[in-house]
Ligand binder design. Structure first.
Ligand code: THU
Length: 160
């Protein structure tokens, strides 16, 4: 028996304004996107923005429903909008920001497992690492690839 460890690397900044220009722009687009969040049940408003390979930014926001499972997270709504509107353009970066009642949490809101799996699929489709920016008011984390927030990504055997 061997005890193994997985290490993940990420960058931490003190605020969105400290990010490099392009990342800052994407994080700010996610903040703006949160205005369209519809979250009457959780009152937790999340915005997301993806940047495509040609620079296009596609926003998304969480959308809740009386039938709870029918709702969707902000980042999945942004990725699926990108897939629906720009099917041939690779997604290069994703930014997420959220908090209760249209505020931004001090620590970054971290994506749910289902969204991480969808990120993995978009990264796989792109064939290149997809950067993930999780922005809080007092901490901003930048992951260079989806593998860093979803270690041991599932891939079907015939894709290995
Ligand atoms: N939510 C997101 O949109 N993204 C996340 O990364 C975490 C959770 C949404 C789902 C639901 O509308 C609300 O936040 C509370 O879970």
């Amino acid at each position: 028996m061997e005890c193994k460890e997985i290490k993940i690397a990420y960058l931490e900044y003190g605020s969105i304004d400290e990010l490099p220009q392009e990342e800052k722009e994407l994080a700010k687009a996610a903040v703006k996107a949160a205005n369209a969040s519809y979250a009457p049940y959780s009152n937790f408003n999340v915005g997301a923005a993806v940047r495509l390979e040609d620079g296009t930014i596609v926003p998304g926001a969480n959308q809740e429903n009386d039938a709870f499972p029918s709702g969707i997270c902000a980042e999945r709504s942004a990725m699926y909008a990108a897939g629906a509107h720009y099917p041939d353009k690779a997604v290069r970066e994703l930014a997420i920001v959220g908090g209760p009642n249209h505020t931004i949490c001090d620590d970054p809101a971290t994506p749910c497992g289902a969204c991480r799996q969808v990120m993995a699929q978009f990264q796989k489709k792109a064939g290149k690492p997809m950067k993930v920016i999780l922005a809080g008011a007092k901490k901003v984390w930048v992951f260079q690839k989806v593998d860093d927030i979803l270690p041991l990504i599932f891939t079907s055997l015939d894709n290995k």
